[in-house]
Design a protein. Structure first.
Length: 279
């Protein structure tokens, strides 16, 4: 099988931040690593302290690396303080998730709990029930997820994730071909027909799978928290509807870029101050 490698690294003199917010990135060793399942093979990434990543593709294909540039926000709409913080961060690159099942299962794991807990739970789920991929693990397939008992989930500390994950696995096996044909906004609606999947989970999953963060639940606690920390001089609304309306107005045509860059700023902040991680 053909194997190719790709280096994702800063381009020219522009600082680039490789976003490692996704809980599938294993960060415990100090060298970030991640594996992703695709329809034709497995991709593995190895990062570095400089936020570069070497990608090994088992099928000769290349990943989609989405790039988000803060220069697009310097049009006067975004408050000066927030724009300055995001501009200092630099361009952000993020690996788009080619596996809708993993994106959906990850969003379910992230429901309600803090980011640090979600990362530990995601890793436990992968290492216990998933497949090894080099020195990391792939998330369990829908079939593997359905094969787990309630007791298995309880032993993983995931008893409250048992029913939503298995409902999603069953729905994915039934509808994945249909879902693959849907436009992103229609997919967000379709996913909400699955029990225990609401707007937050559906939006987070589709943003992960498409790279379009205008679909992310941009008024959630993470975005509100990071916006306030990145720009404490602005009086941000603290309620979700008020924040959402303000965020849309400030973002204009750059809603996806503003949202993902703010989350990336939070990712950077959390790496510096491990006690401040939120979801």
């Amino acid at each position: 099988m053909a194997r190719t490698s790709l280096i994702v690294e800063p381009k020219g003199h522009v600082m680039t931040w490789l976003m490692l917010d996704h809980p599938a990135w294993d960060l415990d060793t100090g060298t970030p690593i991640r594996a992703l399942r695709t329809p034709t093979g497995t991709w593995t990434f190895t990062g570095s302290s400089e936020r570069m990543a070497t990608l090994i593709c088992g099928d000769g294909s290349a990943p989609v690396i989405d790039s988000y540039d803060p220069v697009s926000l310097l049009d006067g709409r975004v408050p000066v303080g927030l724009a300055a913080s995001l501009h200092r961060l630099g361009r952000v690159e993020r690996v788009r998730n080619p596996d809708l099942w993993e994106a959906l299962a990850t969003a379910i794991v992230r429901q309600v709990i803090r980011a640090g807990q979600a990362r530990k739970m995601h890793r436990a789920f992968r290492t216990t029930a998933g497949e090894a991929a080099g020195s990391t693990w792939l998330i369990p397939t829908p079939e593997q997820t359905l094969a787990l008992s309630a007791e298995d989930f309880a032993e993983l500390g995931m008893a409250f994730k048992h029913r939503p994950l298995q409902a999603a696995a069953s729905a994915y096996l039934t509808h994945h071909a249909e879902w693959a044909q849907l436009a992103p906004d229609a997919l967000v609606k379709a996913l909400q027909s699955v029990p225990r999947i609401g707007p937050w989970t559906a939006g987070a999953a589709v943003a992960d799978a498409t790279g379009d963060f205008s679909l992310y639940p941009y008024a959630d606690l993470a975005v509100r928290t990071w916006a306030a920390l990145a720009d404490p001089a602005t009086a941000w609304p603290t309620d979700e509807p008020g924040f959402a309306a303000t965020w849309r107005r400030l973002a204009g045509p750059h809603l996806s870029v503003l949202t993902v860059l703010t989350l990336a700023w939070g990712d950077h902040h959390a790496q510096v101050d491990q006690g401040s991680t939120h979801h």
